[in-house]
Each structure stands twice: as C-alpha cells, then as structure tokens.
Design a protein around this ligand. Sequence first.
Ligand code: NAD
Length: 344
Amino acid sequence: MPATTTIGLIGAGAIGRAHLGGAAQAAGVRIVGVADPSPAAAELAREFGLPHFEDQRALRDALQPDGAVIATPNALHVPLALEWIAAGRPVLVEKPVAVTVEEGRQLARAAADAGVPVLVGHHRRHNPVLQKARALVQGGALGRLVCASVMAAFLKPDAYFEQAWRRSNAGGPVLINLIHEIDLLRFVCGEIRSLQALTSNAVRGFEVEDSAATLLRLENDALATIQLSDTAAAPWSWDLASGESPVFARSDTESHFLCGTEASLALPTLRSWRYPGERGWFHPLEQSRVAFEPGNPYVEQMRHFGAVIRREEAPLTDAADATRTLEVTLAVRQAARSGEVIRF
Ligand SMILES: NC(=O)c1ccc[n+]([C@@H]2O[C@H](COP(=O)([O-])OP(=O)(O)OC[C@H]3O[C@@H](n4cnc5c(N)ncnc54)[C@H](O)[C@@H]3O)[C@@H](O)[C@H]2O)c1
C-alpha cells in the first residue's frame, strides 16, 4: 500500500470546505492542515480535527506537506502558487487560475521551468458525465458537431449582493460563472476561435452585468451560444441540473445541448437522439440514454491531485490550459464593450 500523499489547504472558505469533503473520500490523499487567517477557518479546521495556521508559510514549515490546495481570493492564486512551486511543492489552484492572462502565463512558465506540476480547479472536467460527453463528441459519435447551446440561467439571492465587490466589476456572472461554461465547451467540444458578446445590467442596475449572451465559433467551425443570467428564476443551468454541489437546490432539467450531423446529446442527462432509419425532419428521431458511472468531481479531482503530486498522472487542467480559458472569459466583457469580434 503506497504512503498517503499529504496536502495543506490554503484558504478555507466556501470552496475550501468542498475540498475538505472531497479529500475525506478520495483515495491516496489526506489534508493535514488548514492555513487561513479567518476565525471561521479556525472553526472549520477544528470541525475536521486538523491543525490551523493563520499563515500558509507557518503551515509549510510545520507540516511539510507534499502539495497544497490554494483556495483563496483570486488575487492570491498566482503569488501563493509561485511560492509553493519555488519550494518544489505541486499545487491545486482554484479557478480562475489568475487575474490576468499575463499572470497566468507567468505561472505556467514557472511551473514548467521548475518541473513542478500545477493543477487548476476546473472541477467539472472530473465529472464522468463530461468525460463521457467529450469522448462521444471527439470520437465522432454525433457526426460532425454543428452547434451547441448552453443555458446558464439561475437566481442569486439579494443577500449575495450585500458584499460590495459582488456588485462591482470584480464580481459578476461572467468572471464567476461563465468561466465554467467556457472551460466546459473547450473540454467537450474543442478550442474557441472567436467570440462576440452582449451584456446587460438592466435588472439590478449594478456596475457589473447581470446577464450576458455570447456567440462563439469553435475550431471545427461549430457555432455555440451561451445564455447567462444570475437574475433569472430559471432551472436551466449546470449547477442546478447536475447536482454536483449539495448547496444548490437540484432541478430535474438539462442545460447543455450539443447537435451533430448524425446525432445530438443533452447534458447532464446524456440523453441522445438519432434517426434509426430514414433521416430528415419528416421522420421520428429515436431517443436513448448513454450509460455512465456517476462520480463526485470534487472527490475525483482530489484523487487526481494526489496522483499529480506523485507524478503518476499529468494535470487534467494545467496552468497554460486554464490561462486559455481565462483569456476567452475575459474577452467576453471586452467584446461586449467594443462590439467587436475577438479572435484567438
Ligand atoms: N471550482 C469552483 O466551482 C469554485 C467555487 C467557488 C469558488 N471558487 C474559487 O475559489 C476561490 C475562493 O472562493 P470562495 O468562494 O471559497 O471564497 P471565500 O471568501 O468563501 O473563501 C476564501 C478564503 O480565503 C481566506 N484567505 C484570504 N487571504 C488568505 C491568505 N493570505 N492565506 C490563506 N487564506 C486566506 C479567507 O479568509 C477565506 O476564508 C476563488 O478563487 C473562487 O473563484 C471555485
């Protein structure tokens, strides 16, 4: 039996708790301590029976873990990751990997130069549903992908906006939520070549947008749209439909629709449609469900991180890959401001 790989948790807020839960069920890894200056984090560490440190350097010096999860506010992702890389310790950095594209590239270069792997927390990629969808699309099961339609419509409660940064351009559904949809499209359907976008703040009137519509051209010339709103009383979003996180009330719906020349696929149900005989809109499509083994992406991500630390697996999302997702996401606001097509 191999020794357990040890991990320090840096930043123990909302997603830090999810990582503690994931690690508790993941094979081969163990979180050994928590570093976070907040009293709530000290309480969380006590709940999980872990030593608590106010400063992440103190955790590293005292516990010498094999790697670290960095789940702090965005601006600290790269500075802290660089410190751990310099100490030769692999990191799992939460998304967005960085605040700017240049900073993301700096992290990717530092990781490559030091030979220390960085995994970025695009946890959806670890969901068996999306791994199956990727295999189907990229294996040609849908024929040629023609279009994809993503619904990301949900309602954030008023209390969410009591924190001022969430009403400013530092928050908002483009930076916080759309990044997951961009990453999902890249992972399942292929690279994004260009985009156009519109944003609106008409409902809440905050500085930041409450809704966005994005039009994308993918590398295989498939066209995709993403409808995003955090002010819609609607059930159609990955977070509500997938049941990935227990904090959201689950909706029995679909959110992602992928259409190919031979078949189409809806997610997260993996319902598929194709013509059993004669093709064309005068003939009925046959519906089936693709079988898959369900799994918890937070648990699988943590197992994978252990394997990354032990150099048994390459990061599913490395810093360069996540920087590409960040670049496309940041371009959505740029496109909405300028009205231009942004090409990558
Ligand atoms: N993968 C996902 O689906 C997902 C979901 C939510 C958040 N996130 C990302 O995770 C990060 C954290 O988000 P959150 O919602 O948990 O925020 P949060 O505010 O709930 O938690 C952040 C924690 O970091 C701590 N912190 C601040 N400075 C620190 C430092 N120098 N050292 C150690 N800890 C420090 C804070 O005290 C706080 O407890 C963000 O980058 C966010 O984008 C990812």
